[in-house]
Design a binder for this molecule. Structure first.
Ligand code: SF4
Length: 214
């Protein structure tokens, strides 16, 4: 019988470990999670490179940078004025913890998540990406690839809210942070290259388990 664990194992077998999230530091991961909203990762990389060239990719340096200065540097990510504000909002919140990921990590997941969700411009997917990839907290990140893949497989009926989908994985995928990290990365890989908008079902390792391909 198909379960979320079976799908995980099948994806891992066909794509191999993904070694996510791209980023040299926890802070870079958090900034990347905000910048990647509604844009491809290639564009995020361009913005991250510019921030590094300007020596701004540390919390204090970036927090000292006015939004008007920051916005043009992150222009490749689109919605750059809004994203500059979102990054500054995040930094206002992060400053309360002394810009320390170690201090955040010591808190319980629900408190940090609620804190992140209270930051203007940070929604559940961004908050959970920061929790999972920068803070190594065990949360499942739900994104459009997740909804499409599990909808097609037949494990989602469509119309479920973010938390409802997340709870399904939290209840049924009994694994550690490393596997949660890997699972999201595998779903993204599969959604980009196989279960695309026009799916390549003939090349898909999940085809025999998938209602869409049947
Ligand atoms: S069989 Fe097709 S629809 Fe199903 S998961 Fe694979 S690519 Fe997606």
């Amino acid at each position: 019988m198909t379960s979320v664990s079976t799908i995980y194992r099948a994806l891992l077998a066909c794509h191999g470990p993904q070694h996510w999230w791209p980023g040299e530091t926890d802070f870079e991961i958090a900034v990347g999670a905000i910048l990647t909203q509604n844009v491809s990762w290639t564009n995020v990389e361009k913005a991250i490179r510019r921030l590094k060239e300007e020596k701004l990719l540390t919390p204090r340096a970036l927090h000292r940078t006015p939004a008007e200065t920051l916005a043009p540097l992150i222009r490749p990510t689109g919605y750059y004025n809004q994203k500059a504000k979102k990054i500054r909002n995040f930094l206002d919140w992060f400053a309360r913890y002394g810009y320390s990921f170690a201090r955040l990590r010591a808190l319980d997941t629900v408190s940090i998540r609620n804190g992140l969700l209270a930051v203007s411009g940070i929604g559940p997917e961004t908050a959970d990406s920061i929790l999972l990839y920068a803070l190594e907290k065990k949360v499942f990140v739900v994104d459009a690839y997740t909804l499409r893949l599990f909808g097609r497989i037949g494990m989602l009926r469509g119309g479920e809210g973010y938390e409802e989908v997340q709870q399904l994985f939290h209840r049924r995928f009994r694994a550690g942070v490393r596997e949660y990290n890997e699972y999201h990365a595998l779903i993204v890989n599969h959604g980009k290259y196989v279960c695309r908008k026009s799916p390549l079902c003939g090349e898909c390792c999940l085809a025999r388990r998938c209602g869409y391909a049947a």
